[in-house]
Ligand binder design. Structure first.
Ligand SMILES: Nc1ncnc2c1ncn2[C@@H]1O[C@H](COP(=O)(O)OP(=O)(O)OP(=O)(O)O)[C@@H](O)[C@H]1O
Ligand SMILES: [Mg+2]
Length: 337
């Protein structure tokens, strides 16, 4: 991983207008950088806005506010020619490797398609050579080119998706839950494949998952999302060993840690209540309605994104020195009137 920032997401908002004055805040004020050659993991439970971030970074959704810059250029301001080039450099792999592959096309056609669109390898024979090479790179073989997606297992289909994403020789891949739909035994194989390709090709990954245990191994750094907001961001080891945000602590509580000393000493955080709607999110800190540590300030003031350590960021009033009274509301005596 280099120290060069390749992707910058700055105060990004993506709101969906649902009509009748209702506005769904799928992504709200999210900022993070991705360094060239790293794997940046993005985690959070279903509906917190992970895919929306991925799609807005790709320019598949217009942003509501904020910026996404790739290689120093705002991706929502690109002209047609720049956009074309951008789509060569940035590719996506999807969760469902069946729905994302056209069932009526052969594997060879599926992998060739981006090359035809981008007018790479106009000579059919050379193009097919490239298809065979890509199939071999992802652990399949050239005979698979004439077969159809339904003839493959889930893991093999995901390999086809990876080969298609590699067809244009991109620098950056957004992998949106690429292993969530696969059997546990196959997940590791796909992760190993992605890691090997990263090493060989110097790829940068944005790796989206809903489960922290899935991203730890593959990610250099991890951002944790809750209800459209980024709540914590640091390198993988710090996140696991020293989580700061009560939401991250709760997510980690749900997975066992193999080290018995750590397992013994850590505190469990159990989340109460339902996930609020992004149409009508809580005031102040969006996590406060489920946070065991919520205090009065959490209802009135939005927490700022602050550094708590080198390369460790969190949005939580527990770490805000300006707030003096940090007694959790649930421990305060009820006021009598
Ligand atoms: N095109 C859309 N129109 C309206 N609302 C949308 C649209 N796409 C997503 N949403 C809403 O935005 C929020 C975030 O959705 P998103 O798909 O980004 O979540 P996610 O974190 O990827 O969830 P999952 O883990 O289930 O894939 C959800 O409330 C979702 O219903
Ligand atoms: Mg998603």
């Amino acid at each position: 991983m280099s120290s060069k920032v390749i992707l910058q997401v700055n105060e990004l908002k993506k709101h969906f207008n649902l009509g009748k004055g209702r506005n769904l805040k799928a992504v709200d004020d999210v900022s993070f950088d991705v360094y060239q050659g790293e794997t940046f993991g993005l985690v959070g439970e279903s509906g917190c806005g992970k895919s929306t971030i991925g799609r807005t970074i790709m320019g598949l959704y217009n942003r509501t506010d904020g910026q996404v810059s790739y290689g120093g250029k705002d991706v929502h301001e690109l002209d047609e020619q720049e956009k074309f080039k951008f789509y060569r450099n940035m590719q996506m792999i999807f969760q469902d490797p069946y729905a994302s592959l056209n069932p009526r096309s052969t594997v060879g056609e599926i992998i060739s398609e981006p090359m035809i669109v981008h007018d790479l390898y106009p000579d059919k024979k050379k193009r097919m050579e490239r298809v065979y090479q890509l199939l071999e790179e992802v652990g399949l073989n050239r005979d698979h080119a004439t077969r159809y997606p339904h003839e493959f297992s889930g893991g093999q289909r995901q390999r086809i998706g990876v080969a298609r994403a590699l067809a244009l020789d991109p620098d950056f891949i957004i992998a949106d839950e690429p292993i969530s739909a696969l059997d546990v035994s196959v997940q590791a194989q796909v992760v190993n494949l992605l890691e090997r390709l990263q090493e060989e090709k110097g790829l940068t990954y944005l790796f989206i998952a809903h489960d922290l245990s899935m991203v730890r191994h593959i990610s250099d750094r991890i951002g944790v999302m809750y209800l459209g907001h980024l709540v914590e961001l640091t390198d993988s080891d710090s996140l696991y060993e020293n989580p700061k945000h009560p939401y991250t602590q709760a997510l980690l509580s749900a997975i066992p840690i193999p080290d018995p000393d750590v397992e013994e000493s850590r505190e469990r955080v159990i989340l109460e209540g339902e996930l609020p709607s992004p149409i009508d999110p809580p005031s102040g800190c969006v996590f406060r309605t489920r946070c065991p540590m919520a205090m009065e300030a959490c209802a009135t003031t939005k927490p700022v994104w602050q550094a708590v350590d080198d390369n460790h960021f969190v949005a939580c009033h527990l770490y805000n020195d300006d707030i003096k009274d940090k007694t959790p509301i649930k421990h305060k005596p009820k006021q009598l009137n």
